[in-house]
Design a protein around this ligand. Structure first.
Ligand code: SF4
Ligand code: SF4
Length: 459
């Protein structure tokens, strides 16, 4: 039996060996100018990520995604489940910003600001290099590292993962709730303890095992880059015209017969996703600039101009004319302006409470002995303020409609309450079985009012 492995005809995935096993990537570090800048941005962002749930704006956390209550607080603005329009405009603005940013600056988010890149490159990898050295060739450098050092490294990973898990969860359960979880016994809040443990395990799995595969396999953003980028978007690119034909430096080869690439492979060794930037734009490229730093260092050593691998765009690299202005960089900002304006106007027009009229279950209406038609409605009230509030229900001054409120109309801070309401109108006032009634609801403290139209059903 032929036990030879079938080999793919071409390169399949940078994180796979030819036999399909995991190819571990231990990139070599090049501390060039881009690395220094990225590290400064990275540490600044880590401070921001940790601080955001602790900072208070209008007595609420700057960033709090309360999934249990379906209430999102972003920079002092509270979004409730009833804010579907606001949420829609917010999401449209967010997507348009991503489209615009990518069209202009390529995957700058991935390389400079994504928490996955930042924590991996500036927290976990430095720890790994501290305990295991700076081998940086791919393969498995851990093999030669004493077990005690590896254990210490994973111990450090665990501590960092616990800190990160707490930071991450603070965005969803609030800092005060998290403090309560930490101070009490796990048996007092087993769900909280399980959530925390699962988050730590996920962090450990991601940063010590899954790593670059999150970007190359799991994250959808890289897959969208081919449609989001155009030929004039800023990308990390290798200057083929200058670099080719590549070849090792030797006495026989002259600068006339060879390009500037000396085929040293350092750009590949530096790459955290294990690709070769000389193969052109690839989905796995995070635009982390490590190959730029690597190549610049080599160019300085061989006394050639730096920038063989540099920030550029496809047209420029191919020597074609480049125009900054193109349809998508005009259309995206215009659409963004529209959606941000719509978001702002909707937000400014928000009242201190929301009202939704709903119909009760069961019979749609009852005809009474005095020839009135009764409709059982439900008024859903949402108090958006941080204070308790009392609401008043009013019908227009001159009306033939009667109303009976079947519940308490005071709401606690941020409370949502459904209040049953019995509305009756003379049978003769119904046209083809329908009758509209205007209902005004007024908040007593704010003196704000909202008028809603209730559709009554009749015979
Ligand atoms: S090719 Fe260069 S920019 Fe792209 S991921 Fe690799 S090192 Fe980073
Ligand atoms: S680091 Fe520069 S010179 Fe070396 S292989 Fe890469 S592109 Fe060529």
């Amino acid at each position: 039996m032929n036990d030879q492995l079938l080999e793919p005809e071409e390169h399949v995935l940078s994180t796979l060996e030819k036999d399909g096993s995991r190819r571990w990537i231990y990139p070599r570090l090049f501390q060039g100018k881009y690395w220094t800048r990225r590290r400064a941005v990275g540490y600044l962002l880590i401070i921001v990520f940790i601080a955001l749930p602790h900072i208070k704006i209008n007595s609420s956390p700057a960033f709090f995604l309360n999934i249990a209550k379906r209430e999102f607080t972003i920079f002092g603005f509270k979004f409730l489940p009833t804010d579907t329009l606001l949420l829609a405009f917010f999401m449209i603005s967010l997507f348009l910003s991503i489209f615009l940013l990518t069209a202009l600056f390529g995957r700058v988010w991935c390389g400079w600001a994504c928490p996955q890149t930042i924590y991996l490159e500036f927290v976990y990898r430095p720890i790994e290099r501290l305990f295991c050295g700076t081998a940086g060739h791919g393969g498995k450098p851990h093999k030669s590292v004493p077990v005690i050092r590896r254990l210490m490294m994973y111990g450090a990973y665990l501590i960092i993962s616990m800190v990160l898990a707490h930071t991450f969860l603070a965005y969803f359960v609030s800092v005060s709730e998290l403090q309560r979880w930490v101070q009490q016994s796990p048996f007092t809040h087993p769900t909280g303890f399980l959530v925390m443990t699962a988050t730590v395990v996920l962090m450990m799995f991601n940063f010590s095992f899954f790593r670059e595969q999150l970007c190359t396999i799991a994250c959808p953003y890289g897959r969208f880059q081919s449609v989001l980028l155009d030929r004039r978007s800023l990308i990390v690119s290798y200057d083929k015209q200058r670099g080719e034909p590549r070849g090792k430096i030797s006495k026989q080869k002259t600068e006339e017969t060879h390009g500037d690439c000396i085929d040293c492979g350092q750009c590949v060794r530096a790459c955290p996703t294990g690709i070769d930037i000389r193969d052109g734009l690839q989905m796995e490229c995070l635009h982390c600039t490590q190959c730029m730093d690597a190549c610049d260092e080599i160019m300085v050593k061989v006394e050639r101009p730096t920038g063989l691998v540099r920030y550029s765009c496809q047209d420029e690299i191919e020597g074609k004319p480049t125009k900054k202005l193109r349809p998508r960089v005009v259309i995206y900002p215009l659409l963004l302006l529209l959606s941000v304006s719509a978001f702002t106007v909707t937000l400014m027009n928000k009242k201190s409470f929301d009202v939704t009229v709903m119909r009760n279950y069961g019979n749609p209406f009852i005809v009474t002995d005095d020839d009135f038609v009764e409709n059982n409605l439900q008024i859903k009230l949402v108090n958006r303020t941080d204070l308790p509030e009392e609401y008043q229900f009013e019908l227009p001054e001159k009306t033939d409609v009667k109303m009976e409120i079947m519940g308490n109309t005071s709401l606690k801070a941020r409370e949502t309450k459904t209040i049953p309401l019995l509305v009756s109108a003379p049978r003769s006032s119904f046209v083809t079985g329908l009758r509209e009634v205007e209902l005004t609801i007024r908040s007593q403290k704010d003196s704000e009012e909202r008028t809603v139209t209730c559709q009554l059903l009749g015979p």
